[in-house]
Design a binder for this molecule. Structure first.
Ligand SMILES: [Zn+2]
Ligand SMILES: [Zn+2]
Length: 195
């Protein structure tokens, strides 16, 4: 997949990255193998010293709304029954990257959202799991002047420069994509590249 995106550079050093870090597959899990999807946003991680995807944790009232919505749209999973006892377990011949993606699919998301609402924790860097992060808010391309350049107030970690975003007109990027699984308690369980 290729997508149009912003390019982020440092005003001082030669750091440059395409702002596609929030693409990929992300899923949150509890202790019993359930899965839910949450949103993420662009941020800066002091420990990775670069632009990353970070968690965007819902507020308590947003969580309540999400729980109500998944109750309405996701039926609780069926118990393994008669058919799987008859046929045996399905043969496992998928490649690893596909298994990593399969494991992202929501499953009983209500449990995960309820477990998350008990955590009261800070959002994480979705690359390294650090909470030493800040969101990086970029304007929409259409809100910018002719130069299509936007200087943020966000420092490039470990450097004296600030981050500058620009929006190349006809450039598209094919990002490396990772399947990232996060435990509700705030720990990255796994991160596999699949594209
Ligand atoms: Zn720099
Ligand atoms: Zn990080």
């Amino acid at each position: 997949m290729s997508i149009p995106t912003a390019v982020i550079e440092c005003s001082t050093c030669d750091y440059q990255v395409a702002a596609v870090q929030t693409h990929g597959a992300f899923s949150w899990c509890d202790d019993t193998g359930n899965r839910a999807q949450l949103t993420r946003e662009l941020g800066v991680c002091e420990d990775c010293a670069c632009v990353v995807a970070i968690e965007k944790l819902p507020s308590e009232s947003e969580l309540q709304d999400m729980v109500a919505e998944v109750r309405a749209t996701h039926p609780r999973p069926m118990k393994k029954g008669f058919l799987s006892r008859l046929m045996g377990e399905r043969k496992d011949d998928h490649p690893d990257w596909l298994k990593a993606l399969d494991s992202m699919v929501p499953k009983n998301p209500e449990s995960v959202l309820l477990a998350l609402s008990e955590q009261k924790r800070r959002p994480l860097c979705l690359t390294c799991g650090s909470t030493n992060i800040a969101p990086l808010n970029l304007p929409q391309r259409d809100d910018l002047s002719e130069t299509l350049e936007y200087t943020t107030r966000v420092k490039h970690p470990g450097c004296s420069g600030v981050l500058v975003a620009y929006f190349p007109r006809n450039q598209r990027f094919s990002p490396m994509e990772f399947a990232t699984l996060v435990h509700v308690s705030g720990r990255i369980v796994s991160r596999h590249r699949y594209r």
